[in-house]
Design a binder for this molecule. Sequence first.
Ligand SMILES: [Zn+2]
Length: 500
Amino acid sequence: MSLKVYNSLTRQKEDFNPINPPYVGMYVCGPTVSGESHLGHARPFITFDVVYRYLMHLGYKVRYVRNITDAGHFEEEGRAAEDKISSKAILEKLEPMELVQKYTNLYHWAMSQFNNLPPSIEPTATGHIVEQIEMIKKIIADGYAYEANGSVYFNVEKYNTDFSKLGKPYGMLSGRNIDEQLDTTRELENQDEKRNRNDFALWKSAPPEHIMRWQSPWGEGFPGWHIECSAMSSKYLGQEFDIHGGGMDLQFPHHECEIAQSTVCNHKTPARYWLHNNMITIEGRKMGKSYNNVVKLTELFSGGSPVLTQAYSPMTVRFFILQSHYRGTLDFSNEALQASEKAFKRLWEAHEWFSKYMIVEQAGTDAALDQKVQALVAEFDVFMNDDFSTAKVLANMFDLVSIINSIKDKHIADTAISSNTLNLLQRQLKVYLEEVFGLVSERQGDGAQLDGVLQLLISIRKDAKSKRDFMTSDKIRNELAALGVQLKDEKDGGTSYTVA
Ligand SMILES: [Zn+2]
């Protein structure tokens, strides 16, 4: 049973065959850190966190590269080629790198709230200016880019004439043809410098007032947005790697540009499998400044958002996202999130109760029920191997929750299901919920951590006492008391504590 993934490049599900197993290289476009993370950031990063976790669950050794765009992303609304970081830094009266740090910290905080694992490498655009310049030089030398007034543009027409046989033509990924792009491209600035409206900037000449600028063979300027991902993915994952991921909105022009740039430099399509999560909507509408419905993650967690008015925990949001297939659209609403909150609670309570359930060795008296449980559990792998169908796994889990609750409420006899099947269920629920889906108990947090630390100290103290090392045991008790934590030795040999 092998993993199949939907490849946006070929528009079909394909067997996942990594280039150099057991190693897998995965690149996912990270955020532009010019502002606070919003709900639109939640879906791609949770989706690819689960992809990352599942690949590791299958035994692959994954190098997961996710960049930070801290330069080069142009303002979309304005016609002037203004870097988003630059313009926001002026607005907030901060040094550009101060702004970058502020929003990178907030982004990392939000990712940890979602229990997303950190990537293996998190390179920044400003840390790779040299690599980007080298790549641009190569593209110019090969004749696929030209300089105009200190800026450099990629020649899309020439690329498509020469490379349609060699590599993937520009437009293939997003399924657009060049004529359509004429009307839809938003890169309207400096049209006079471009030979063709489809051409895109690899390097931009910096006007005197532009604060973010670097030396280059074409004068002082800053890199275009697309070139950073080509430079960083090839540096850390090689000229050809396994998975490139991101939101569907990045297919055009960002990923088209990445493919064209890398194909010119390396004569190879950079990634084998292009995975894209679909977009989110909020109460049926696209999220955007113009709709006044951008939900910042800080507001979502604390309840201050103008549209999603209640506070929703990061685990509710994570669970809600996993309840849909990543390639389908996903609509956020108060009703839907409240339903998810309840469903997650029900699932997690059953999991917590059952994970502590003492399984007694037995053959099982209800063969049909036993087989049903086995079949539901076996499908976890089947569904995940079918392009990461998390929603179907969760649907099976709810069938299993009903069975678990029936055991709990004694509607099903303790003896009905064999111990082998119960052990399998206990193990797979834990593996899938915690390791693959990355869900954690809502109760975990400061309280659970403190309890863990205190239990550790209590056990160290007990060991010390048993070795008659009273200096250590007294030290633990006295210093905890000084911090307001009173230990109390119980008659049964255990130790309890109270926190002032
Ligand atoms: Zn990118």
